[in-house]
Design a protein around this ligand. Structure first.
Ligand SMILES: *Cc1c(COP(=O)(O)O)cnc(C)c1O
Length: 467
C-alpha cells in the first residue's frame, strides 16, 4: 500500500457510504442477519497473504445492509439513539482522515482549539456555569466515571484525604443517593471507581420515575459521612426529570455533591419550547453533569460529555503527567487533564461542526421537533381503543401499552418483524411497555404516521387473531 491508494479507496468508501445513506430512510429498519450468517460471510482463518484493500472494502459494504440495523434512520425509535447530521458525519470523516491523537495540545493545536470552543459553546447552550471543566468522552457512561471521580476527589479532599494517591483505603464510605429509577450506568461507574454498587442508596420515585424529595430528605438524614446525590434529567423510559430545584436545595443543605445524569435530558435546556425550559429548570444548581452528544445532538458514535462546576477539582481527578509528555503551562487545552483516556480521538470536532452548522436556533428546533413527534405518537396511538400511554410525554419518550403484558410483547415483536420502524420493550413499574424514543434529526410527521400505522396494523392483526 502507498499514499497513492488513498484517493481510489476513499472514493470507493464514499460510493458505499452513498448507497447506504440513500437506502437508510426507506429500508427495513431492523438488522436481519444472524450471527451465523454474519460469520459465514466474514469469518475464516487469518491468512498469510493479504487481500486487495478494495476487495476488503467491498466485503464490508456488502454485509452492511443485512448486518447493520438502520439505527441512524428516522424511523428507529429503540433505546435512545441519535442519527448523524450530515455535517457531523462529514466532519467525523475528516477527524479520521487527520488521525490526530487529541490527548495533548502539542500533537494537535487544531483538535485542542476546536474542543476548547465546543466545550464553551456547550456551557452556553445549556446555560451552565461558564468556568466549568468539560471533557469529551466515549459516552454518558464514561461521563459518569469522570464526574463521579471528581466528586470523590472533592468530597475526600474536604476531609483532608488524597484519593488519587491513597485510593479508598481507610477512607470513609461515600454514599451515593439516587432514585430507584436511576440509569444502570451509574452503578457501573461506582464499580470502576472502587466505590461499589453497595454504595448506592435508593430513593423512592413516583409513577413517572421522578425522585421523591420527601424520601430523599429522610434518606439523607439517616446517612453519615460524605454523600453524592445523583439526580436524573430524562428517565430512559419516561423522559421524566427529578425535581431539580428541590433536590438541589436538600442536597446543598446536607453538604452533598450533586451530580446530574442528563444523557439526553440536558438537551431540554437547549430546547426552544417554554415547557422544556420549565422542566429543565434548576439543573444549573448541580456540581457535575453527564450527557451525550451521540444521542440528541446527532453526532456519530461515540461522544459523551462530562462537565464539572469546579474545573480545578475536575482536573485534579483526571490529569496525568509523565516525564516524556509535553504538557502546556499556558491556557492551551490538554485533553488528558479532563478525561480518563490517554490517547484519544478528537471526538469533540463533530460537536463543534454540528453546533456551528445548527446554531442555537437549529439545536432548539431539533430538540423541539423530537418532542413534538413523541407527542404525535402519544396522540395517535392513544386514540386506538386498548392502547394506553403510560407516561406524561414531557420530552422525547413515550411508553405504550397494548391491552396487557402478553399483547404488548407480541406487538413489539411484530413491529420489529414488520420493519417499517423499530421500537423495543421494557418493564415499567411492573408493566410491559413498548418504548418509543424520538432522537433523530430527520424524523418527520410522516415517519410517525407510517410507524403508528404499522404498530396498529400489528396490534389489530393480533386482536383479530384472538377473536
Ligand atoms: C444512554 C444513557 C446513559 C448511558 O449513556 P452511553 O452514552 O450509552 O454511555 C446514561 N443515562 C441515561 C439516562 C441514558 O439514557
Amino acid at each position: 500500500m502507498t499514499f497513492d491508494d488513498f484517493p481510489s479507496l476513499l472514493a470507493r468508501a464514499q460510493a458505499h457510504a452513498g448507497d447506504f445513506l440513500h437506502d437508510l430512510p426507506t429500508r427495513f429498519v431492523g438488522a436481519r442477519a444472524s450471527r451465523e450468517e454474519m460469520l459465514a460471510a466474514l469469518d475464516g482463518p487469518l491468512a498469510m497473504a493479504g487481500e486487495p484493500p478494495m476487495a476488503v472494502l467491498d466485503l464490508l459494504a456488502a454485509q452492511a445492509p443485512r448486518g447493520a440495523s438502520a439505527c441512524a434512520a428516522p424511523r428507529y425509535f429503540g433505546f435512545v439513539i441519535g442519527g448523524a447530521l450530515p455535517v457531523a458525519l462529514a466532519s467525523d470523516w475528516l477527524v479520521s482522515t487527520w488521525d490526530q491523537n487529541a490527548g495533548i495540545h502539542v500533537i494537535s493545536p487544531l483538535a485542542a482549539a476546536l474542543e476548547e470552543v465546543a466545550a464553551r459553546w456547550l456551557l452556553d447552550l445549556f446555560d451552565l456555569p461558564r468556568g466549568s471543566g468539560v471533557g469529551f468522552v466515549t459516552g454518558c457512561q464514561m461521563a459518569h466515571v469522570t464526574c463521579l471521580a471528581a466528586a470523590r476527589h472533592g468530597l475526600l479532599r474536604e476531609l483532608g484525604r488524597d484519593v488519587e494517591a491513597d485510593g479508598l483505603h481507610d477512607a470513609p464510605r461515600i454514599h451515593v443517593v439516587a432514585s430507584r429509577d436511576a440509569h444502570v450506568t451509574l452503578g457501573v461507574a461506582l464499580r470502576y471507581l472502587g466505590m461499589g454498587t453497595r454504595s448506592l442508596v435508593a430513593v423512592d420515585a413516583d409513577a413517572q420515575g421522578r425522585m421523591r424529595v420527601d424520601h430523599l430528605r429522610e434518606v439523607l438524614a439517616g446517612l453519615q459521612g460524605p454523600v453524592i446525590v445523583c439526580a436524573q434529567a430524562g428517565n430512559v423510559n419516561t423522559g421524566a426529570f427529578d425535581p431539580l430545584p428541590a433536590v438541589a436545595e436538600v442536597a446543598r443543605a446536607r453538604g452533598a455533591w450533586l451530580h446530574v445524569d442528563g444523557a439526553f435530558g440536558l438537551w431540554a435546556r437547549a430546547g426552544g419550547a417554554p415547557a422544556l425550559q420549565a422542566v429543565a429548570a434548576g439543573m444549573d444548581l448541580a456540581d457535575s453533569w453527564a450527557t451525550d452528544a451521540h444521542k440528541w445532538l446527532n453526532v456519530p458514535y461515540d461522544c459523551g460529555v462530562a462537565i464539572v462546576r469546579d474545573a480545578e477539582v475536575h482536573r485534579a481527578a483526571m490529569t496525568s503527567t509523565a516525564a516524556y509528555l509535553v504538557q502546556t503551562a499556558g491556557a492551551e487545552r490538554d485533553a488528558v487533564d479532563w478525561v480518563p483516556e490517554f490517547s484519544r480521538r478528537a471526538r469533540g470536532i463533530p460537536v463543534y461542526a454540528a453546533l456551528r452548522a445548527l446554531g442555537r436556533a437549529g439545536v432548539a428546533d431539533l430538540v423541539d421537533r423530537c418532542c413534538a413527534r413523541a407527542r404525535q405518537f402519544a396522540e395517535m396511538l392513544s386514540a386506538e381503543p386498548g392502547v394506553a400511554i403510560l407516561n406524561e410525554v414531557v420530552l422525547n419518550q413515550a411508553l405504550v401499552r397494548f391491552d396487557d403484558d402478553q399483547t404488548t410483547r407480541a406487538v413489539i415483536a411484530g413491529v420489529q418483524a414488520d420493519g417499517t420502524c423499530w421500537a423495543s420493550g421494557t418493564t415499567w413499574h411492573g408493566q410491559a411497555a413498548m418504548r418509543i424514543s424520538v432522537s433523530n434529526w430527520a424524523t418527520g410527521e410522516d415517519d410517525v404516521a407510517l410507524s403508528v400505522a404499522a404498530m396498529l396494523r400489528v396490534y389489530r392483526g393480533l386482536r383479530g387473531g384472538a377473536d
